[in-house]
Design a protein around this ligand. Sequence first.
Ligand SMILES: Cc1cc2nc3c(=O)[nH]c(=O)nc-3n(C[C@H](O)[C@H](O)[C@H](O)COP(=O)(O)O)c2cc1C
Length: 169
Amino acid sequence: MKILIAYYSHSANTKKLAEIIAKVLKSEFQNVKIDFFYTEPEKPYSSNYNKVLEESKRDIKNNHKPKLKNNIASIDDYDVIFIGSPNWWNTMASPVGSFISSFDFSNKIIMPFCTHGGGGAGIIRTDIEKLTKSKQVGKILSVYGNTSSINNSESEIEKWIKNIKINVK
Ligand SMILES: Cc1cc2nc3c(=O)[nH]c(=O)nc-3n(C[C@H](O)[C@H](O)[C@H](O)COP(=O)(O)O)c2cc1C
């Protein structure tokens, strides 16, 4: 099984969750091959909290998909694609939208995941469904964005990925 874990992460919470997901996948499935792709925008969002709030709000409001610094060549070989994002204003961060918009995901099995600051997954899963046009989007894994919640998410991840195809609607 070939898996892609594509994610954006501004302050490393979603990155950490992506790494734990990969670790659990390796222990649950034999012969799994995992690639990561970080959807890094060409122009980074500010590291200043108030500024990134403004910048992200503007991009989401305008449905702006920032140009990515680089992209992968193809998604054809992947059996399952995990898509991760921080919850930004109740939806996914715009660079994740940029990535989704650059390929045809309509026949792909997608496992969405996010970290958040108390608002849960918001409408991230719905927006991923809309943008990918995939009928095979699994339940969203949503983890509170602090170190202990993320480090303690392994058993939740195990349950979430156990039956990837069963979870998929
Ligand atoms: C621009 C911005 C908008 C955010 N909007 C929300 C939100 O609407 N709801 C929520 O629960 N958390 C929100 N958060 C908190 C993040 O989702 C949370 O800190 C997350 O774990 C960050 O992940 P990251 O470290 O991978 O960037 C927001 C954070 C930022 C920077």
